[in-house]
Design a protein. Structure first.
Length: 184
């Protein structure tokens, strides 16, 4: 399972994976207790691959931050999200030194630590999926450049178009009936 397949739902604790999609909802399964329930269109759903963390320079994707956590804690669980907030801030500053302390809310800081521990406990590989995501983004950029250059190099040769006139397959209608010829 990859990190971009894992979602977070606003107002619900924990992380979820998408099981199937219905007509007007998505069936999700909790990673922690394996319970399934529907998530409707009114729920705010975000994949872990779409979430970024504010920094003083450029925003950093959550997958990259989780990979840094994985390196720092060597694939083992990090301190609980229930630790004292100042201790969590110090740990995040070691892992991500340029995170923006003003724009990263305290609740979001706790979520990062909680989500990392959930992923480790569930046995989801963080490092490999983060590397795959980075390599696929690079591959898609190379493919787009390749497509753009191939479009310029080979112009399309189409059949010559006929100008004006009626199409040959048009059905001819008879003369328009007027007056007494219409029948009653």
């Amino acid at each position: 399972m990859e990190l971009k397949e894992i979602i977070s739902i606003t107002g619900r604790p924990g992380l979820f994976k998408v099981v199937t999609q219905g007509k007007n909802n998505v069936i999700v399964e909790s990673i922690v207790d394996k319970k399934r329930f529907p998530a409707y269109a009114s729920d705010r759903i975000s994949t872990l691959g779409d979430i970024s963390i504010y920094t003083t320079d450029e925003d950093v994707k959550l997958t990259d931050v989780l990979a840094s956590f994985h390196d720092h804690y060597e694939g083992k669980a990090c301190p609980s999200h229930k630790e004292e907030l100042s201790a969590l801030e110090g740990l995040l500053e070691k892992i991500l030194p340029n995170y923006d302390k003003d724009r990263v809310y305290k609740s979001d800081l706790r979520k990062i630590f909680q989500w990392y521990n959930i992923l480790i406990k569930a046995g989801i590989k963080i490092k490999e999926t983060a590397e795959k995501a980075a390599s696929t983004e690079g591959d898609t950029e190379k493919k787009e450049v390749k497509k753009a250059s191939s479009k310029k190099a080979t112009p399309k040769k189409g059949a010559p178009k006929s100008k004006g006139g009626k199409p040959s397959s048009a059905k001819k209608s008879g003369p328009t009936k007027t007056g007494s010829q219409r029948g009653k």
